[in-house]
Design a binder for this molecule. Structure first.
Ligand code: FES
Length: 120
């Protein structure tokens, strides 16, 4: 996706894929551009101001626990580290049991490796 050139950034977020792939959809949100924000800051903004129903993972918020990994434009990244600087599409990591929206089963320690092996 391209930069919007505006004072906001668009996030396309995959939702409801836990029921079935047919039920999955992408919702779009415009979030005010903020210097120094991460994608997790933008998800927090969406949850607090636009859509409290969105589900995503937040724990250490410093890139240590690996629990907030998602696909950002197809690449595995941590939302608490990834910069909030351009329009993005966010999906749950493939190869994991999806619980809801961007939340996956984090109880499997080799999940990240599996995701990479599956091409994410
Ligand atoms: S919340 Fe722990 S790595 Fe992002």
């Amino acid at each position: 996706m391209e930069k919007t050139g505006k004072d906001s950034i668009r996030l396309r977020i995959k939702r409801d894929g836990s029921l079935s792939e047919e039920a999955a959809r992408f919702d779009e949100y415009e979030v005010p551009r903020q210097e120094g924000w991460t994608i997790m800051n933008a998800l927090n903004y969406i949850h607090e101001h636009l859509d409290p129903s969105i589900a995503y993972y937040s724990s250490c918020r410093i890139g240590k626990c690996d629990a907030c990994d998602v696909l950002i434009d197809g690449a595995v990244e941590l939302t608490c580290i990834a910069k909030f600087e351009r329009d993005v599409t966010i999906e749950p990591v493939e190869g994991s049991v999806l619980i809801r929206d961007l939340v996956v089963d984090t109880s499997r320690p080799k999940r990240r490796k599996m995701g990479k092996l599956l091409g994410s």
